[in-house]
Design a protein around this ligand. Structure first.
Ligand SMILES: Cc1cc2nc3c(=O)[nH]c(=O)nc-3n(C[C@H](O)[C@H](O)[C@H](O)COP(=O)(O)OP(=O)(O)OC[C@H]3O[C@@H](n4cnc5c(N)ncnc54)[C@H](O)[C@@H]3O)c2cc1C
Ligand code: FES
Length: 1329
């Protein structure tokens, strides 16, 4: 079914429609749509998800179809719905995921493939993914790899849990191999994770046609001006160019709205309000393209995607020398934002926005582009540095409109290039970009004209005009290069406090880019001037960029025993139960629940101070805002307001920016948000304010006592070793970035103070308990429901209880249901994440690499409350030894108390940070011994049955097998040699390889956490309802539980169903965390099923040939209970910290990963060539789901160690509050070759069918990419004769890599001093660099 919008003129638009939320999820996605008979009905389209609201993640992708009035062709293009104003859709058809296919009608091949090839996990972003692929196929039924990458490459919804990372390697050639039991990894049979032959073929003729009603509209286009009135905004859409010009003259302050990708985010996050918006969408004059002999004129209304096609066509038509500027523009158009943004954003909007990071303006400026302006008359202005700086004399007049842009052809002896470096290859704003052009005197290498502009190095695009002028007449040689660099550094000044930070890096890029340009031009000159001196080949590696490639991979797993009955699904790659519903958008998340009667919205008011006394809170203005019902403060809490140190709502003082002070309740979300702006809070600053670990140590500011483990005699051992090395390691924090932000719906019932709470949480019992104590009502009145969660990663263990409790106070006070949905910005600001870590090590070792003594001290930044920081410290210390047997050890850890939002649980719980210290230490030992790191790892690894530092016995056999298999399947030694060869031949590119072992302890170190319950009902028709205490977070727990129930009851999975996790069905559950969800709940489900089967046994014995339905019927007639609770009384886990001994973990997961990368020493960029993971999953319950967990965790770990960087202002305000500033991996970050193998079975008697929990462990294996990068950096440093023992800092961002590969250009930056800091800005822009 097509969903298209018929917008009526003079409609009263609701405010949120102006902001483009009309296709969002949940009640906000509901819209009245005009029926053919003129009546209105509500369509609830919840498939399209809302995850960032800034066009940055792609979760809200839909397809828009429009007919071009001139060519009459219908254009289909993907857009991010969150930035599409409803009025811009006049005459357009919008296809949401519901229009593509559904479980009720027919699945689209894209939906079928993504689900059946296990491309979904939590499924929150899957509809957006489907729509990107669907749009691609509508335009290109046989897409090329490049088109596929382009369609998916710019998406940020790659948070594992979202599953995109799985979809992509599988989108291409899949070579699944399966091991027969007991055979080595290389023996493969032909079974597969999915059966390709089952898939329906794509039949483009089956797609729906463009709605005839809209066709008729375009045949006879409306020329009248259309006006739509909103509450505060009027949208005017003229039908002719003349009307547009008149309107612009009448409303000079009104912006033109095209793609809304610049205006929209500004309206949303900066609160800009434009009472009148002029939409030129129907003005064909703005889309005219004309080619002349000397250039190309492109209408300002053309989208960037159209500009790309126009340029590509021109490049194919013209000789190379004429298309230098066009090719430079094309290069950036490939990586600028995502496909959806390029489809929406206009050339005019891009130029006029004059963002300092603009990727196109620097090239247009050096390419001598001119702007054709129109008002009453027309005039032409150059797209010059003055225009870009916004100087009035060189700018548009308020009544002028940019009609088109003229870009001249380049000429012979002229060369144009473009450069950009961002945190990630795709979908990331550039740190620095540049456009460079040189023109030589014909037949010579004498510079006749030179222009260079940079983006990202100031408030606007900056031209290095002076430097260029001074270089005219110079020869293109080394002397010129040297002088140019010095002049450029002098002219393109960037103060130390410059917004965006990364000052030294940016300055280095300024000269590194010029060096690249220098080499490129040399290569071109070589073709024109003979003979011409050129640099030796090994320096030419500076020239190559890293091209995007569609990743591919092999997944290997063990087949089930050939005697296993076909009906028994355990061990088979069963599709995620919700996979198809994820792909069709029918899977319901918390905020998809329809609006309930009298529902109100809640928005939170948070502290703007890091540590202060609250002097007063003035609510009066906020309460006057229409629609505002109440403001909830701590005084409204009838029960307990959190704990002494961790209040739900602040009382007298605030401890961090982002702490919740009060909450506004209003009729709509928009009114509530408007009201929070009006609440006036006065503060009195307190001291000391502490943000960093360093400051906390200085002020002795800690959350809990030190945790320590020690064995052997470390002091004595240090005296006997050959060498001692000391070092420091910094590991940055990490934002959970679950795709579904925190959200809760609290529905008060009329009787007995009962409450129903629908919440996105990993721990509904904790929400229930917290609401109970906050409201002072017994737990039995409160029911928490969790259908599914759009990713949690630990971030939804503790915090949902806070939001649930505050919303419940609102519900109790107002008597209304309350919905609280956090925006991405608020979610990132309020909730903490992974603890940043600072580690110091001292290691004593023999010259052969044998480590004799290791002393590690770690500090983590816990933030302003205890939360899970003590537990994280304990886990960190317990797991620090990783896979190594070192006789003399001392591990100490402390959690720092700082004025930042409290950090909390995160996948791996301290292990990924702490173990990076251990592995860095091993790398340092290897460097000192002149040995490859893998040799030192091998030498110190556990080999035989042994005891850990806390005296728990274990058998490392699987660890060694994983390690050896990993070396083998990755051809490690060969590839190490090849990388060394490559490095000898290439000066500016270096390859690094690393293989990392892992021993990961699973579970909680407390007995009470190892219990679970389940409830299984058999109904009289034979269908079975299973409920258990685990929550579906995308990890496939419900699928696994039904596999268990199916095996135990010996019935097909189709008889079984799980509805939700509910505290009314299974009480006193523990958080779904620590990788044990399936282990413990599986045992509980097994127990319940076994009880039921035992009850049925006499009936089955009596009628062995009967069917399941007959047995159930007979049981009912014989009054046998068909309902049973199952219970699992799990492992006894304990840890005695006094003695340093215990049995804290039920078992270990072993693994190893090998990664190879290539770095660009000049920019700090890297590409991931290949990763091989071997993981000991024992007898996997579901290899498809488990491999997905491993892949997902690995990608998330890779993000932690390479791109994800949290930055705070010196006042403690988190800057990185969305996908534009905080870079989680995109599809282009997946290793080009990504192979995962499950080790043939080992046995774990403790767990359900000898399976292992794999939720967290893969995270740390992402560090293999980190160590491959540091290996490459070490190779560069060695060649440049710089010390190899450099400070290890995670994430290894392009900034860190570039600055670590020190060379003549970094040296120039340090020599050429920064401009003086103005006294008002004594501090750098950001802390935690
Ligand atoms: C998620 C995301 C990622 C991005 N990534 C990148 C990136 O990597 N690199 C990069 O360079 N940019 C990036 N951008 C910025 C993007 O390129 C610009 O926002 C976009 O080009 C603006 O075009 P628009 O049509 O959406 O402008 P709008 O938002 O519609 O308008 C912007 C401004 O231009 C004015 N305007 C528009 N057309 C005209 C005209 N014809 N005459 C006069 N005034 C006019 C309007 O009055 C308005 O003030 C990104 C944006 C988003 C949302
Ligand atoms: S919600 Fe629209 S792009 Fe993220």
């Amino acid at each position: 079914m097509w969903k298209w919008t018929t917008i009526r003129e003079k409609d009263d638009l609701r405010e949120e429609q102006r902001l483009g939320l009309e296709i969002g999820p949940g009640p906000r996605g509901s819209r009245e749509v005009e029926n053919k008979d003129g009546s209105f009905s509500e369509v609830r389209l919840t498939g399209t998800k809302y995850a960032c609201g800034r066009g940055g993640c792609g979760a809200c992708t839909v397809m828009v179809s429009k007919r071009d009035p001139t060519s009459q062709e219908i254009r289909h293009f993907s857009v991010t719905a969150c930035l599409v104003p409803i009025c811009s859709l006049y005459g357009a058809a919008v296809t949401t995921v519901e229009g593509v296919g559904s479980m009720k009608t027919r699945l689209h091949p894209v939906q079928e493939r993504i689900a059946k090839s296990h491309g979904t996990q939590c499924g929150f972003c899957t509809p957006g993914m489907v729509m990107s692929m669907y749009t691609l196929l509508r335009n290109h039924p046989q897409p090329s790899e490049e088109q596929l990458l382009e369609a998916l490459g710019g998406r940020s919804d790659l948070r594992p849990g979202g599953g995109t990372c799985q979809a992509v390697p599988r989108a291409r050639v899949r070579r699944e191999e399966q091991q027969a039991p007991g055979q080595g990894l290389h023996l493969c049979s032909c079974l597969k994770l999915f059966v390709k032959e089952e898939f329906q073929p794509l039949d483009p003729t089956q797609e729906l046609i463009f709605p005839p009603e809209l066709l008729r509209m375009t045949e006879n286009p409306e020329k009248r001006t259309l006006t739509f009135h909103g509450e505060r905004v009027t949208w005017i859409s003229p039908g002719t160019f003349k009307d547009l010009l008149e309107l612009k003259a009448k409303h000079p302050e009104a912006p033109l709205i095209l793609g809304n990708t610049s205006l929209g985010p500004a309206m949303r996050s900066k609160g800009c309000l434009y009472p009148i918006l002029l939409s030129p969408a129907r003005i064909s004059e703005l889309n005219v393209v004309s080619k002349t002999n000397d250039g190309l004129t492109i209408g300002a209304g053309c989208s960037l995607a159209q500009v790309k096609d126009i340029l590509a066509e021109r490049v194919s038509e013209l000789p190379e020398e004429k298309t230098q500027t066009y090719r430079a523009l094309l290069k950036h158009l490939k990586s600028l934002a995502s496909q959806q943004i390029r489809n929406m954003a206009s050339l005019g909007g891009h130029i006029i926005s004059r963002h300092s990071y603009s990727d196109l303006n620097p090239i247009l400026a050096v390419g001598n582009a001119t702007l054709n302006l129109t008002s009453e008359g027309t005039r032409r202005i150059p797209l010059s540095e003055h225009f870009l700086a916004g100087l009035a004399s060189a700018d548009l007049k308020p009544e002028e409109i940019l009609e088109s842009v003229y870009i001249p052809h380049s000429q012979k002896w002229e060369f144009v290039s473009a450069f950009r470096q961002a945190q990630c290859q795709q979908n990331a704003l550039p740190d620095v970009n540049a456009g460079m052009r040189v023109l030589f005197k014909e037949g010579t290498d004498i510079i006749e004209d030179l222009s260079i502009t940079y983006g990202g190095v100031g408030a606007a695009t900056v031209s290095a005009h002076k430097s260029c002028q001074q270089l005219l007449g110079r020869q293109w040689d080394e002397l010129m290069l040297d002088e140019a660099c010095r002049r450029l550094l002098d002219e393109v000044s960037l103060p130390g406090w410059a917004p965006g930070g990364r000052v030294e890096f940016k300055r280095t890029l300024v000269v590194s880019f010029f060096f690249k340009f220098y080499l490129q031009v040399l290569q071109e000159l070589k073709k024109l001037i003979k003979p011409f001196p050129v640099p030796v080949n090994r320096f030419l590696s500076a020239l190559e960029d890293f091209p995007g490639t569609v990743p591919q991979g092999v997944q290997r797993y063990q087949s089930v025993d050939s005697h296993q009955p076909l009906q028994d699904p355990v061990g088979r790659p069963v599709m995620h139960l919700s996979g198809l519903k994820h792909a069709t958008g029918e899977a319901e998340f918390c905020d998809d629940i329809p609006m309930v009667d009298k529902e109100l919205c809640m928005a939170l008011v948070t502290s703007t101070r890091a540590y202060a006394k609250i002097i007063s809170v003035d609510l009066s203005e906020a309460l006057e805002i229409p629609g505002v019902v109440d403001v909830i403060t701590a005084k409204d809490i009838p029960g307990i307001n959190g704990t002494k140190d961790d209040k739900l709502l602040a009382v007298d003082e605030v401890l961090c920016v982002g702490q919740i002070i009060c909450a506004v309740v209003a009729e709509t979300d928009v009114q509530a948000k408007r009201a929070i702006e009006k609440i006036k809070i006065t503060y009195e600053e307190l001291e000391p304010i502490i943000f960093t670990i360093e400051d906390a140590i200085k002020h002795n500011s800690f959350l809990c006592p030190e945790k320590k483990l020690e064995q052997g005699n470390i002091e004595e051992a240090f005296e006997k070793v050959d060498q001692i090395v000391e070092g420091e390691v910094h590991v940055g924090g990490q934002e959970h970035f679950y795709m579904e932000t925190q959200r809760v719906l609290v529905i008060p019932k009329t009787e007995d103070k009962e409450l129903d709470i629908y919440v996105s949480t990993q721990d509904p019992a904790h929400v229930q308990k917290t609401v109970s104590s906050t409201l002072n009502i017994p737990i039995n009145r409160i029911t928490c429901h969790v259908k599914r969660v759009g990713g949690g990663f630990g971030g939804k263990i503790g915090r949902p209880a806070v939001f649930g409790a505050i919303a419940a106070v609102g519900a109790l006070k107002t008597g209304h249901p309350i919905r609280l949905v956090l925006d991405r910005e608020d979610d990132m600001l309020i909730t903490g994440g992974r603890h940043p870590l600072f580690g110091k090590y001292k290691v004593g070792f023999m010259n052969n690499g044998r480590i004799k003594a290791l002393d590690i001290e770690c500090f983590i930044n816990g933030g302003c409350t205890l939360d899970d920081s003590e537990l994280v410290t304990e886990f960190l210390i317990l797991k620090l030894e990783n896979a190594y047997k070192i006789r003399n050890l001392r591990f100490r850890g402390r959690a720092c108390l700082t004025n930042l939002p409290s950090n909390t649980a995160f996948r791996g719980f301290g292990f990924p940070q702490g173990t990076l210290v251990t592995e860095s230490c091993i790398t340092a030992v290897a460097a000192k011994c002149g040995l490859p790191p893998e040799k030192v790892r091998e030498k110190n690894m556990y080999r035989t049955v042994d005891k850990t530092i806390y005296k728990q016995a274990f058998n490392p056999e699987s660890l060694i097998r994983c390690w050896n298999e990993c070396l083998d399947v990755s051809s490690f030694h060969n590839r190490r040699k090849q990388a060394e060869e490559f490095n000898k031949k290439n000066y500016w590119k270096k390859r690094g390889v690393a293989v990392i072992p892992m021993k990961f302890s699973v579970g909680f170190a407390a007995t009470s956490y190892h219990q679970a319950a389940a409830l299984v009902h058999i109904y009289t028709d034979g269908s079975v309802l299973v409920t258990h205490g685990g929550n579906e977070l995308g990890q496939g727990i419900h699928t696994k539980m039904l596999q268990v129930a199916s095996r135990e009851l010996k019935i097909p999975m189709s008889h079984l169903h799980i509805c939700e996790t509910s505290t009314a069905m299974v009480p006193n559950t523990i958080a779904t965390a620590a990788s044990v969800g399936a282990d413990i709940n599986g045992k509980a489900v097994q127990n319940a099923c076994q009880i039921l089967l035992k009850r049925l046994e006499p009936i089955i014995k009596k009628n062995p040939e009967g069917t399941w339905e007959e047995w159930v019927k007979a049981a009912f007639e014989q009054r046998i209970s068909l309902s049973a609770t199952g219970y699992f009384r799990g492992y006894k886990a304990f840890m005695d910290w006094e003695k340093g001994e215990g049995d804290p973990f039920p078992y270990y997961v072993y693994g190893a990963a090998c990664s190879e990368v290539e770095i660009d020493c000049l920019t700090g960029a890297h590409k991931k060539i290949r990763t091989d993971i071997v993981m000991d999953a024992c007898c996997s319950l579901n290899p498809a789901i488990d491999i997905g967990q491993i892949e997902g965790a690995f990608i998330q770990g890779m993000g932690l160690y390479t791109t994800e960087e949290l930055k705070y202002s010196p006042e403690g305000v988190l800057y990185s509050r969305g996908p534009d500033e905080y870079k989680i991996p995109t599809i282009s970050d997946v290793p080009e070759e990504f192979n995962v193998s499950l080790l043939p079975s080992s046995q774990t008697p403790l767990t359900i069918y000898s399976s292992k929990g794999l939720g967290e462990s893969g995270m740390f294996l992402g560090s293999s990419v980190f160590f491959a990068i540091t290996d490459a950096v070490a190779a560069a440093r060695k060649e440049r004769d710089i010390a190899e023992d450099f400070t290890v800092k995670s994430p290894a961002t392009p900034e860190w890599v570039r600055m670590a590969c020190a060379d003549r250009f970094t040296e120039m930056v340090y020599i050429c001093p920064l401009p003086l800091e103005p006294p008002s800005h004594p501090t750098p822009w950001a802390i935690f660099k």
